[in-house]
Design a protein around this ligand. Structure first.
Ligand code: APR
Length: 316
């Protein structure tokens, strides 16, 4: 049986972590491309040399030529620039739109059957640019944001409750930015919804509200600490979970930026919603009932993403 091929466009902080994780999980052979001379080659060789120690088999190749991604099963895209302290994800729109257009054209040329996961920010707009530039069907082009946002939420909740992260489930909707919607009612510990845990005295409403806000600001918190770039370990782990669900047809239910077609009253826009990821890419968009407050937060997030898409179209 031929091994799967995972292509990574962008060999920076996230790209390098993706390359290591994909190998350690034996998801397939790994091809890395980047414009920076020597970087994809160097990281590919360095990780290949870790494989004998860690005990995994994966072939690594790095190149400055897009041909290296030929016939990839999955392409994970981090090419572009990350933000610096004081910048919002939206400040990256001009420069990263140009990068994603180039990457999309090369995916169309070399890997038209791939499942494409976009990580480059501003996420919800970049995934739209990618779908248009690659011409791939919308079910094969998704954005990674919700898995990361909900992982941050889960981490903070597990710390607050002093329980295993494995038993904390969190649900996040909406765009990847300040308008994201952490859904408290649908988040739980071992099946017990958060509002019940407040009633049980495990935490207070004030503490829970602070955790929700910290989740919304989770990316900025890391940017302010690192000063020279943005988060990369957790974003890479999150994208690998999505790639693995596709490659192994696991049909995991993961929050991803997916193109809505009438669900949640939205048509033709990429935004974060729970989806089933299987061998056909996005197999299903899960539409849950929102109460009035949740709907209004979601609507607010949708309009924020819509105005960013409009800004991107104007700049193009
Ligand atoms: N083609 C290929 N690679 C490119 C291009 C391009 N046109 N433009 C930039 N790159 C490469 C850079 O050379 C760099 O190696 O993209 C890589 C980006 O890596 P980092 O700067 O380390 O950024 P990283 O932290 O990995 O984040 C990448 O993901 O979360 C988002 O906001 C983040 O948009 C950023 C992206």
């Amino acid at each position: 049986m031929a091994r799967n091929k995972i292509a990574l466009v962008g060999a920076g902080q996230i790209g390098g972590t993706l390359a290591l994780l994909a190998g350690m999980k034996e998801l397939g052979d790994i091809a890395i491309v980047d414009i920076a001379e020597g970087v994809p080659q160097g990281k590919a060789l360095d990780i290949a040399e870790a494989a004998p120690v860690e005990g995994f088999d994966a072939k690594y190749s790095g190149s400055n030529d897009y041909e290296v991604i030929k016939d990839a099963d999955v392409v994970i895209v981090t090419a572009g620039v990350p933000r610096k302290p004081g910048m919002s994800r939206d400040d990256l729109i001009g420069i990263n739109t140009g990068v994603i257009n180039t990457v999309g054209a090369n995916i169309k040329k070399y890997a038209p059957n791939a499942f494409v996961i976009v990580i480059t920010n501003p996420l919800d707009v970049m995934v739209e640019v990618m779908q248009r530039a690659s011409g791939l069907p919308a079910n094969k082009v998704v954005g990674m944001a919700g898995v990361l946002d909900s992982a941050r939420f889960r981490h903070f909740l597990a710390e607050e409750f002093k329980v295993s992260v494995e038993d904390v489930n969190a649900f996040v909707l909406g765009g990847h930015g300040d308008t994201m919607v952490p859904l408290v009612r649908y988040s739980s510990v071992a099946g017990i919804p958060l509002p019940d845990l407040v009633k049980m005295g495990w935490t207070t409403q004030e503490k829970l509200d602070a955790i929700v806000q910290r989740t919304r600001d989770g990316g900025a918190e890391i940017v302010n600490l690192l000063k020279t770039g943005s988060a990369f370990y957790a974003p890479a782990s999150s994208a690998i979970a999505m790639a693995e669900s596709y490659l192994k047809d696991k049909r995991r239910v993961l929050p991803c930026a997916a193109r809505l077609d009438g669900q949640y009253g939205v048509k033709g826009l990429y935004i974060g919603v729970p989806v089933v990821i299987g061998k056909n890419g996005v197999e299903k968009i899960v539409e849950i009932e929102l109460n009035a407050e949740e709907q209004s937060m979601f609507d607010h997030s949708v309009s924020a993403v819509k105005s960013l898409v409009a800004a991107m179209e104007k700049a193009a």
